[in-house]
Design a protein around this ligand. Structure first.
Ligand code: OAD
Length: 253
C-alpha cells in the first residue's frame, strides 16, 4: 500500500496565510536558480569560481574597473537571457491574492536580477540593488551602459567611472529599503524566507525579526539554511515546485 504523497508544507501554513492580513517575503538567489541564474554558495555557485574580495567591493573596482564592469556585464547578459520561473510567478500571484483580500504584501529580495519585477511583483524592495542599473561613482548620475566600449566605462556627464547599482561587501544597504523591509517583517502575520542561505546580514535577520514579533515563519529551500532551526516551518523543496502548490492551496480571493 502506498501512502498518498501530501503537499510539502503543513496545513498550519495554509491556515495562517488564509488568516493573514500582512504577508512578507524574503528571497535569495535560490529562487532564480530554476531560471538558470547561478547562486552564490551552492557547489556550482559564483563564490566557488570567483573571489568576492576580487570583484564585489569598491577597492577591487578601483584597482581593476574593467574586470569588475566586465563581470557585471556578463551577469547582466545572463539575467537578460532568462525568464522568471514558476516560483517568481507564484509570489506575484500570492501578492495579488493578499492585496485582493485587502491585505498588505511586501517582497524583499537580495537578488539583483530583476526577475521578480518581470514576473509581476509590484510591492518589491531590492535590498542589494540591481544589475540592470549603473551610476557614476564621481557625480552619482545614472549611467547607461554602452556595449563595445574600449577601456572602462565612464560617465558621459563628468568622465567618472561607471559602477553597477549593487551593494558591495563593506557597503550599507539602501536605508529606505532595509527600513521598509524591517517594518514589514515586524508587522507580518506570515513571513516566507525563500531560496536564501541566510548568511548575509542584515537581510538574514529579517525572518528572525518576523519570528520574534510573532509571525509564522516558513523557509522554502531544498537544504536547511543556517537560520532554519529558529523558524516555525521548513518546507523542503525547490521554490518553483513548492510555491505554485502553496498558492494553489489558498481559497479563491
Ligand atoms: P546563496 O547562494 O548563499 O544561497 C542560495 C540558497 O538557495 C541556498 O540555501 C540553496 O540551498 C537554495 N536553493 C538552491 N536552489 C533552490 C531552489 N530551486 N529553490 C529554493 N532554494 C534553492 O544566495 P543568497 O542567500 O541569495 O550578496 O546570498 C545572499 C547574498 O550573498 C547575495 O545577495 C549576495 C551574496 O554575496 C551581495 O552580493 C551583497
Amino acid at each position: 500500500m502506498h501512502q498518498p504523497i501530501g503537499p510539502p508544507f503543513s496545513d498550519t501554513l495554509v491556515q495562517r496565510l488564509r488568516d493573514a492580513q500582512r504577508v512578507a517575503v524574503l528571497t535569495g538567489a535560490g529562487i532564480s536558480a530554476e531560471s538558470g541564474v547561478p547562486t552564490f554558495r551552492d557547489p556550482d555557485g559564483l563564490w566557488q569560481k570567483f573571489r568576492p574580495e576580487e570583484l564585489a567591493n569598491v577597492e577591487a573596482f578601483l584597482s581593476n574597473p574593467e574586470l569588475v564592469q566586465g563581470w557585471y556585464a556578463h551577469r547582466r547578459e545572463i539575467v537578460e537571457a532568462v525568464e522568471p520561473n514558476p516560483g517568481h510567478v507564484a509570489l506575484a500571484e500570492l501578492e495579488r491574492w493578499v492585496t485582493g483580500r485587502g491585505g498588505e504584501f511586501l517582497l524583499s529580495t537580495q537578488n539583483v536580477d530583476g526577475l521578480h519585477a518581470r514576473a509581476g511583483t509590484e510591492n518589491l524592495v531590492e535590498l542589494h540593488g540591481s544589475l540592470l542599473r549603473s551610476y557614476c561613482l564621481r557625480c552619482g548620475a545614472p549611467a547607461a551602459e554602452s556595449a563595445g566600449a574600449h577601456g572602462p566605462l565612464t560617465c558621459e556627464e563628468c568622465g567618472g567611472l561607471v559602477r553597477p547599482d549593487v551593494v558591495w561587501f563593506g557597503e550599507m544597504l539602501p536605508e529606505e529599503a532595509i527600513a521598509q523591509s524591517t517594518e514589514a517583517a515586524a508587522l507580518a502575520d506570515v513571513y516566507l524566507s525563500v531560496g536564501t542561505s541566510a548568511v548575509v546580514y542584515p537581510a538574514a535577520g529579517l525572518p528572525q525579526i518576523a519570528r520574534q514579533a510573532g509571525a509564522y515563519v516558513a523557509e522554502v529551500n531544498p537544504t536547511p539554511s543556517d537560520i532554519a532551526p529558529r523558524l516555525n516551518e521548513q518546507v523542503r523543496g525547490r521554490a518553483g515546485d513548492v510555491l505554485p502548490l502553496l498558492v494553489a492551496a489558498l481559497p479563491e480571493a
